[in-house]
Design a protein around this ligand. Sequence first.
Ligand SMILES: *Cc1c(COP(=O)(O)O)cnc(C)c1O
Length: 495
Amino acid sequence: MDEGDPQLSGGQAAFGAGIVEHGAATSVAPMRADEADGRVANRLRALPQIQRLLEHPEAVRLANASSRATVAAAFRTVLDRVRAEIRSGEVQTPAVADLVDRAEALIVADRLPGLRRAINATGVIVHTNLGRAPLATEALAAAAAAQGYCNREFDLEIGARGARAQSVEPLLCELTGAEAAAVVNNAAAAVLLGLSALAGGGEVIVSRGELVEIGGGFRIPDVIRQGGARLVEVGTTNKTRIEDYAAAITADTRVLLKVHQSNYRIVGFTEDTSLEALADLARARDLILMHDLGGGALIKLRGGERMHEPTVQDCLRAGADIVAFSGDKLMGGPQAGLLVGAAKAIAPLRRHPLMRALRLDKMSLAALEATLRLYRDPEMAIQRIPVLRMLAQTEAALNARARRLAQLLDGAADIEVESSQGYAGGGALPEQRLASWAVVLSHPEWTPDTLAAQLRRGRPGVVGRVGGDRLILDMLTVADEELIELAAAIRAALG
Ligand SMILES: *Cc1c(COP(=O)(O)O)cnc(C)c1O
């Protein structure tokens, strides 16, 4: 789990699950320990050799279709598992035909790609477990064009080596109004690089209310330490004032760090320090003000009523010297960490040895550039970038989508169309729900977890959210183009 995403419905499908019960039997009479040991030993001894299994006609057929080595490896895995099952309890020695079946299931499962397409019906738009932001078509095309030879570090005009991110950084400056920009492979890397280059050997001051863990073990105190800086905590969990920062500044202080709380909110009796006040203090004391913004929206959405998240530009205008944010959260691009700000704050990052270690690969860089280009026309960005398009949907459109799915499912399942609530996800707006509509499934015999598992294991996998005794398929994150396929997947799962 990451960034406080709601639990995926149900557990993970275990590799080869569903075939482990072969030969299971329950004994009723109580048994002495040495007797049990003897039985286990006999059962283990009764297992056939791999050589004998390979002679089974079905195994010969499998070997002809793949290779003898593949089948032998599958038998080895199956025998290892069966031995463990026998040792752990009341499992009999399986029949040879069962062992062959299990080996075949392993071989078939192994041919499926590990990465499969999924339909996101969770209602969480930026879902870290489901690949975060789906890319715009333009970004995909750019990544495809970059996969062969390309002018990534070559200036085709003058025929000489060029800068790696030359096309992206000016674009970021143009869009955000920043003097300078740098890109690395995610926002965690951006924060690490920023702190290493700007505060290494010195002190970083952070409010106690912002010492958060973002997810996946990314904890602000650890990142500061890893960057070679000392953390100076100020204020309390619920209240930090500008005087707290001012009092903590010493000759060793390099950076004032403000961290977006992401998946976490302190509510009630609280007091926070504005970026503006921190910027004044940083300027007066000749320090750098760095803002780990996380989500990183580049535009306010139409009407703005759905998004009360400060944009990157807001943070720069408020006086942050450097703002770090993710490419694949609210920006809706590929995984990337973007740094924008004052030239004096960005320059040390470029010279730092970590820059090379954290650099973005050519396909992501191409997808990032294509995504950023779309932002030159905000209307275009909302139409073309899936995250923005989903955020901008009207309730009427979501309701129509739910009704259309219900129509496609006509009679095939117990369903209801209901209002629902989704989330932006990715640590943005954790307490702000997005009004949505859902198709809610129930089954006369299955629990909602069984229903969820059946849908997950289909092709494509469908991921919904369990609510009470039913499975909720939220239309906020489903595209109109996916409806026919989704209806077919639901029918297949139920059939
Ligand atoms: C999500 C987040 C990060 C990490 O971003 P990645 O792109 O996943 O590395 C860092 N800081 C904040 C505040 C975040 O919300």
